[in-house]
Design a protein around this ligand. Structure first.
Ligand code: BGC
Length: 785
C-alpha cells in the first residue's frame, strides 16, 4: 500500500480531543505531536508515495501528475497534503492523464528574462496573477517560481528563467511576480537561494563570494522580493556558498533571511536526495524535498542523541503548519480545472510584446509596411522557441509560429521558402542537433540553411519586399550553454551574409529576429541587417507578439535587462566560469589544459561586485555593443520638468514624459545614481529606480514618479559589516540606458551607516581581478559615458 493511503487509515479512529489545524492553535498542535509526527511533516513525499485519492478531514486529496512534490498529510490533526509544482513561466504539470479525457495544458508566458525586459512591474504582477489562477484552478498550492538568480555570466543555462544582471530590477520583478501569484491565494517560491549562478556541477559547486558582492548583488534581489513580495516559500539552492551548502547554512537561512529581512514563510530545499538533514533543520530549512523516509529517521535520532534541539524541530513544524493553513487545499477549494485560457493568452501576448527589444532600426525599416511580401529564413521562423527546457518548460496548448503569425497579420509569406522549410519539419530533431551541435554534427546542422544557394536567395530577393531571418537558441536546466552557443554558427553567419548582400543589392531590407533565452554575440554582425529585434522566448504567444511589433500594432518598449558585450571573454566572470561537462570530453576549442581544471567544483567570484553594467560601464565601456537598459521605440519622447524632493530618507523624483512622435507607445525611465568620491570603490552608476509610462498617444504627456531610499545608495563595507553611505553630492541620472543619461539632478545627503550581521564570510581569500588590482589605491574608473 502506498505511503499516503497508509497515512489515511487512522482517519476512522479520529479522537475528538486531538487538536485540529484551523480550530486549535498551531502551538497546541505542535505540543500534541509526537517527535515522529513532527519529523515526518518536515520531509516531503516522493511521487510513488503520493498515489491515492481520498479525503482527510474533509480535505480532498488529489494527485497532480507532473507536479514536483507534496507535503506529508497528517489526518489525525486535519492536516492535508499540499502540492508544489514548477515553474517560473507558467504552471508545469502533465497535460494529459491516463484514462482521463480532459487535458491539463497551461498557458506558457514569456520567460523571466523577457518579463524583466518589459520593465513593467504592473504587467508582471498581472502575469503573476494569471499564473496563480492556473495554479489554483489546477489544484496546486504552490508554484516553484519565480527564479531570481543574477545573470552573472551569459552562459548560465537557466538565465532565461532569471530576470537580470541587476539586483534591483530582479528584485522588483520578483516581488511583482510573487504579489501577482499570491493574489490568487496560492503560494510562490522564490528560487534558488542563493548564488546559484551556473548549471555546471550545480549540485556540488561551491560559490566563493565576498560579503560585499553577496550583500549588494546576489542577495539583494531576494531581499527586495522578500520584503516587498512576502513569498510563502523560499527555495534554498543546490550549491554551496563559501564552504557550506545553502540548505545547511544557518547564517543564510536564519540570520539573514529571517532575522534581518523579517521573512516569515517556509524554506524548502531544491529537489535533492538527502543531504545532512539535521544540519538542514538546524539551519532553518523547514521542508526537505522531494523527501526520503530516512530523513525523518535522521531527525528523530539526532534529537534523541542530543545532536539537535527539539525546539528547532518545533519551530520548523510551526512554520509548516502556518504555511499549510494558507493553502487552497486547506481552505477546501474545489479546483475547476478550467482556468480562463483566453484571458491568460491575452495577458501573455501583451507581456511578450512589451518584452521585445528593438536593437536597431536603420532608415525606419520597421514597422513593416502592411501586406509586405516576406521571405522568412531560419528554422525558428517555423519552429518558435517559447521557453527553455527543464523545470522552466511549460506544456502549452499551442505555440504561435512566426510564419503563421505573419500570414494572420496580412503579410504575404514567400511560399517557396515556406515549402522549403516544410521539408524539414522534423524540428524536434533539428533542435536536438542544434543543442548538440558540436557533438553530433561537427558544427553543421542539416537544415535548409546549408542548402540556400546564392541563386536561390537572388530569386527570393527579386520577388519579395523584405527578408526576415530568425535565429534561435535553446538551453535549460542541468547544463550551461557551450561557449560556441554564444556565437552565430558558420551556417547562420553564411545565411545572414548572403541574404544581406543579395537583398541589399536588390534594394531590399533585412530584419533579424533573435528567438533567444540569453545573450549572444552581436558585435561582428549587427551592422549587416537593417533592423534587429530581440524577441526572447515569449511563451505560447511569442510568435504573434513578435509580429505585433514588426507590424507596428505595438511600438516596442522593451529594454535590455543585461549588457550585450562585444565578446564572451569581455565578461570578467568568463575567466572563472566553470566549463560545462561537455568541455571535459575535450571537444571544445577553448578547452585548453589551463582552463580545463580551473575552478572545478568551486567558483571564485573574482569579479566581486563588478557584474554586468557595473563592470562594463565602469571599467570597459568600449566593450559594450548594446548597453544595459537599451531599447528603441517607433516614437520619440521628450523628458521635462524633472524635480527632486527629499523627505527624511525617501527621495522622490518626478518627471514629465511626452510622446513627441507619431506612434502610441510606452516609455521606460531608468534612474541611476552616481556617487561622489567614496571610500569604497563604486560603479560609475547603479540603478536605483525605474518606471514605465502607460500607453501615451502622440502628443500626450504624463507625470512619472520614481522613489528610492537614501539607504539604497549604500555600499557594503565588510570591515565594519555595515551598509555605508558617504556624505556628499550624488548625481541622479535619468536615463534611457546605462550609456544614455538624459537628465541629471544633484542630491546632497549626509553620511549613513547601518550595521548588519557579520556573516557569510568566505573561507579563503578570493583573488582581486586584474582590472581592479591595477587601480588599487587610486580608484580611477576607465569607463563611463
Ligand atoms: C530545479 C528547481 C525545480 C525543482 C522541482 C530542480 O531540479 O532546480 O528549479 O523547482 O527541480 O522540479
Amino acid at each position: 500500500m502506498c505511503g499516503l493511503l497508509s497515512l489515511l487509515l487512522p482517519l476512522e479512529n479520529l479522537a475528538t480531543d486531538v487538536p485540529q489545524l484551523g480550530k486549535d492553535s498551531v502551538q497546541r498542535i505542535v505540543k500534541s505531536m509526537t517527535l515522529e509526527e513532527k519529523a515526518s511533516l518536515l520531509v516531503g513525499l516522493s511521487m510513488e508515495d503520493y498515489g491515492g485519492e481520498g479525503s482527510v478531514a474533509g480535505h480532498t486529496l488529489r494527485y497532480i501528475p507532473g507536479s514536483a512534490g507534496t507535503t506529508a498529510p497528517m489526518p489525525r490533526y486535519g492536516i492535508p497534503p499540499t502540492v508544489m509544482a514548477d515553474g517560473p513561466a507558467g504552471l508545469r504539470i502533465d497535460p494529459v492523464r491516463k484514462g482521463d479525457s480532459l487535458t491539463y495544458y497551461c498557458t506558457a508566458f514569456p520567460v523571466g528574462t523577457m518579463l524583466a525586459s518589459t520593465w513593467n512591474t504592473k504587467l508582471i504582477e498581472q502575469v503573476g496573477s494569471a499564473i496563480g489562477n492556473e495554479v489554483l484552478e489546477y489544484g496546486c498550492d504552490v508554484i516553484l517560481g519565480p527564479g531570481m538568480n543574477i545573470h552573472r555570466n551569459p552562459l548560465c543555462g537557466r538565465n532565461f528563467e532569471y530576470y537580470s544582471e541587476d539586483p534591483l530590477l530582479s528584485g522588483k520583478c520578483g516581488a511583482a511576480m510573487v504579489r501577482g501569484i499570491q493574489s490568487q491565494g496560492v503560494g510562490a517560491s522564490i528560487k534558488h537561494f542563493a548564488a546559484n549562478n551556473q548549471e555546471g556541477l550545480r549540485l556540488q559547486n561551491d560559490a566563493h563570494v565576498s560579503q560585499r558582492a553577496l550583500r549588494e548583488i546576489y542577495l539583494r534581489g531576494f531581499e527586495i522580493a522578500v520584503r516587498e513580495g512576502k513569498p510563502w516559500t523560499v527555495m534554498s539552492s543546490y550549491n554551496r556558498l563559501n564552504g557550506s551548502y545553502t540548505q545547511e547554512n544557518r547564517e543564510l537561512l536564519t540570520t539573514v533571511l529571517r532575522d534581518e529581512w523579517g521573512y516569515k514563510g517556509i524554506v524548502v530545499t531544491d529537489w535533492i536526495g538527502r543531504r545532512n538533514t539535521v544540519a538542514q533543520v538546524h539551519a532553518g530549512n523547514d521542508l526537505m524535498m522531494p523527501g526520503e523516509p530516512s530523513q525523518s529517521e535522521e531527525i528523530i535520532r539526532a534529537v534523541r542523541e542530543g545532536r539537535l534541539d527539539e525546539k528547532e524541530v518545533d519551530i520548523c513544524v510551526e512554520r509548516m503548519l502556518k504555511y499549510i493553513m494558507r493553502t487552497p487545499r486547506f481552505r477546501r477549494y474545489t479546483p475547476s480545472n478550467r482556468p480562463d485560457f483566453t484571458k491568460n493568452a491575452t495577458i501573455a501576448r501583451q507581456a511578450a510584446a512589451e518584452g521585445i527589444v528593438l536593437l536597431s532600426n536603420r532608415q525606419k525599416t520597421l514597422p513593416l509596411p502592411p501586406e509586405s511580401r516576406i521571405a522568412l529564413f531560419g528554422v525558428h521562423g517555423y519552429d518558435y522557441i517559447g521557453c527553455g527546457t527543464g523545470a522552466g518548460y511549460v506544456y502549452a496548448p499551442y505555440m504561435t509560429e512566426l510564419n503563421r503569425s505573419f500570414t494572420e497579420a496580412g503579410f504575404r509569406l514567400d511560399s517557396i521558402v515556406d515549402n522549403l522549410y516544410a521539408q524539414y519539419r522534423s524540428f524536434g530533431e533539428i533542435l536536438y542537433a542544434e543543442q548538440n551541435r558540436k557533438l553530433v554534427l561537427g558544427n553543421r546542422i542539416y537544415t535548409p540553411e546549408n542548402s540556400l544557394t546564392p541563386e536561390f536567395i537572388e530569386a527570393r530577393a527579386a520577388t519579395n519586399d523584405i527578408a526576415v531571418i530568425s535565429f534561435g537558441r535553446l538551453s535549460g536546466e542541468g547544463n550551461d550553454r557551450p561557449t560556441l552557443d554564444f556565437y552565430l554558427s558558420d551556417d547562420e553567419r553564411t545565411l545572414l551574409e548572403r541574404v544581406c548582400t543579395i537583398f541589399h543589392a536588390a534594394g531590399r531590407k533585412v530584419v533579424v529576429i533573435l528567438n533567444i533565452g540569453g545573450v549572444i554575440e552581436t558585435d561582428s554582425w549587427h551592422a549587416l541587417p537593417d533592423a534587429i529585434l530581440v524577441g526572447w522566448q515569449g511563451g505560447q504567444e511569442g510568435g504573434c507578439a513578435t509580429v505585433d511589433v514588426l507590424s507596428g500594432k505595438v511600438s516596442p518598449s522593451g529594454r535590455l535587462p543585461m549588457t550585450f558585450p562585444k565578446d564572451y571573454t569581455d565578461h570578467p566572470s568568463s575567466q572563472n566560469y566553470p566549463l560545462n561537462y561537455r568541455s571535459y570530453r575535450g571537444d571544445w576549442a577553448d578547452n585548453t589544459p589551463e582552463r580545463k581544471f580551473r575552478n572545478l567544483g568551486y567558483t571564485d567570484y573574482e569579479e566581486d561586485i563588478w557584474v554586468g553594467y557595473r563592470y562594463f560601464n565602469t571599467w570597459a565601456s568600449d566593450r559594450i555593443v548594446f548597453p544595459f537598459g537599451f531599447g528603441l521605440s517607433y516614437t520619440t519622447f521628450e523628458w521635462s520638468n524633472a524635480a527632486l524632493k527629499l523627505s527624511r530618507d525617501e527621495c522622490l523624483v518626478t518627471l514629465q514624459v511626452t510622446n513627441s512622435g507619431t506612434y502610441p507607445a510606452k516609455e521606460v525611465i531608468e534612474l541611476f545614481v552616481a556617487a561622489p568620491g567614496s571610500t569604497l570603490p563604486k560603479p560609475v552608476r547603479e540603478l536605483k529606480a525605474f518606471a514605465k509610462t502607460r500607453m501615451l498617444e502622440p502628443g500626450e504627456s504624463t507625470m512619472i514618479r520614481l522613489c528610492f531610499r537614501v539607504n539604497d545608495l549604500a555600499s557594503f563595507d565588510p570591515a565594519s559589516a555595515s551598509f555605508v553611505t558617504d556624505a556628499g553630492t550624488y548625481t541622479i541620472e535619468l536615463a534611457s540606458s546605462a550609456n544614455e543619461i538624459r537628465l541629471k539632478l544633484p542630491l546632497k545627503i549626509p553620511a549613513t551607516r547601518r550595521r548588519v550581521h557579520n556573516v557569510l564570510n568566505p573561507q579563503q581569500p578570493i583573488c582581486v581581478p586584474d582590472f581592479q588590482r591595477e587601480n588599487v589605491g587610486s580608484f580611477r574608473p576607465v569607463g563611463g559615458f
